[in-house]
Design a protein around this ligand. Sequence first.
Ligand SMILES: CC(C)(COP(=O)(O)OP(=O)(O)OC[C@H]1O[C@@H](n2cnc3c(N)ncnc32)[C@H](O)[C@@H]1OP(=O)(O)O)[C@@H](O)C(=O)NCCC(=O)NCCS
Length: 145
Amino acid sequence: MTIERRSFPTPWSLGMFVLELSKASSICLAAIRGPRQVGYLICARYETIWHVMNVAVAPEWRRQGVAGALLGDLYSRIADPQARLTLEVRCSNQAAIRLYEREGFRGVGLRKRYYQDNGEDAVVMWRTPATLAGSLADVPNPEWS
Ligand SMILES: CC(C)(COP(=O)(O)OP(=O)(O)OC[C@H]1O[C@@H](n2cnc3c(N)ncnc32)[C@H](O)[C@@H]1OP(=O)(O)O)[C@@H](O)C(=O)NCCC(=O)NCCS
């Protein structure tokens, strides 16, 4: 909760974490460095699609590969080369967009006014066998090409 509150303008409540952590099909990962938790990732499964719901790293631990390591761990736990992953990210969040692009996610469209606190649009991103090969062929309803 401390990392969450330091990372987002509208942080998740404890109840939102409990809900996601209680789903048997979700993958919830903690990044531990020494005695401390320095980051986490929460990913929910909807049949064949994986939705990355939350990723955050404590400010003093950023740019040290923690989020990249969490995502790498996620792919190996999903253990399916055909897996399709999706997420939403604020248009202004260039750090996260760069991270996801480096990981093979591609922006495929916008969800207008997705964030209620400031009315900001979300970029919808997908990481699929096709995006990893440079196309959007297996992405549902892409707005962009
Ligand atoms: C986005 C976030 C999770 C990245 O975590 P991180 O552990 O710092 O990321 P990594 O160190 O694994 O970075 C991997 C790559 O992502 C890109 N990246 C990460 N932060 C960046 C930044 N501030 N500016 C530009 N590129 C960035 C870089 O390509 C980086 O590789 P490099 O350091 O070799 O250049 C972290 O900044 C954070 O917690 N932000 C607040 C919460 C948030 O926005 N979460 C995502 C919501 S969708």
